[in-house]
Write a protein that binds this ligand. Structure first.
Ligand SMILES: [Zn+2]
Ligand SMILES: [Zn+2]
Length: 287
């Protein structure tokens, strides 16, 4: 009645669902969403990896095709992530509610429009990407790497389940860049859920170890993707390249993508030269 109009169908569903629930309870839905995302989103990549190991048929999409992961390897990673989820991620969600209250994430009506949701999500991704870049760079100093970040780098050829695989302190600290966007442009609880979910799905794709040409994320301007972040893991602890979590612009601006660009150029040259020499050899055969 206070909206001065009839509720839309979506608003009615939201009202029926949320009216009797506290904001704290709604906020804690993120625990369930994160559990589902951590458990099920990497699964298609597990099947692809198992099929590839057995038949080699996805070889050309695997970024580091010499590395094979068995089912038990991948399950071990999932088990470690679940331990971290139970002892760090879940409790962090349970106790971080006052911060959500402080920035005034709303859960009432009206629901945000699609354009409002999209604009806020873009802001969140940009803010997180920029802040995460600097935090990640800090983790690559001698102290940060040896004490904390080396755990995330145990996977030199990452897999989907390894996206949230990190030291508990890293999980806690990286919560700050995730929270900053909503603090700057607070929105609706639904936008907040979407943000937390999409950011993790993006991280899983980025750590999948596969670069599929049909991935929809290829259409996002300046998007890094799996091949981009894979290079960061491939180089390992010495890596001073490709720090950004989502986009490529920070590494470009601050000059931390030079090693990656050089390696890409080199690989392209080698490929072209071997193509040329194959052609010549073929030509000689037929002459
Ligand atoms: Zn790193
Ligand atoms: Zn990573």
């Amino acid at each position: 009645m206070s909206l001065g109009r009839n509720l839309t169908r979506l608003e009615t569903i939201w009202f029926d669902y949320s009216a009797t629930k506290s904001d704290y309870y709604l906020y804690c839905h993120n625990i369930l969403f994160l559990f589902l995302i951590f458990s099920f989103v990497p699964l298609p990549f597990v099947f692809v990896e198992l099929i590839r190991s057995a038949s080699g048929c996805f070889d050309r999409y695997k970024i580091q095709p010499k590395v094979n992961n068995s089912l038990s390897d991948m399950f071990r990673c999932y088990r470690d992530v679940m331990k971290m989820f139970i002892f760090v991620v879940g409790p962090l969600q349970l106790v971080s509610y006052p911060s959500i209250q402080m920035i005034e994430i709303r859960s009432g009506l009206p629901l945000p429009s699609c354009s409002e949701i999209v604009i806020q999500l873009v802001v969140y991704f940009l803010v997180e990407d920029y802040t995460n870049y600097w935090v990640h760079r800090f983790f690559h100093c001698k102290w940060g790497y040896e004490k904390i970040h080396h755990i995330h780098h145990e996977y030199t050829a990452p897999i989907g389940y390894a996206a949230p695989y990190a030291h508990w302190a890293e999980v806690l600290v990286l919560g700050i860049p995730t929270f900053l966007g909503p603090a700057i442009a607070p929105g609706h609880m639904i936008t907040f859920w979407l943000w937390i979910g999409l950011r993790q799905i993006e991280a899983i794709e980025t750590h999948s170890g596969y670069d599929f040409p049909w991935s929809l994320t290829k259409y996002i301007p300046l998007y890094g993707g799996a091949e981009y972040h894979d290079y960061h893991h491939y180089v390992g602890g010495q890596s001073q390249s490709n720090f950004a979590s989502v986009f490529t612009y920070c590494d470009y601006i601050y000059g931390t993508d030079k090693g990656y660009r050089f390696q890409k150029k080199l690989l392209k040259q080698i490929k072209e030269e071997s193509k040329k020499s194959n052609k010549q050899n073929g030509g000689e055969k037929f002459d």
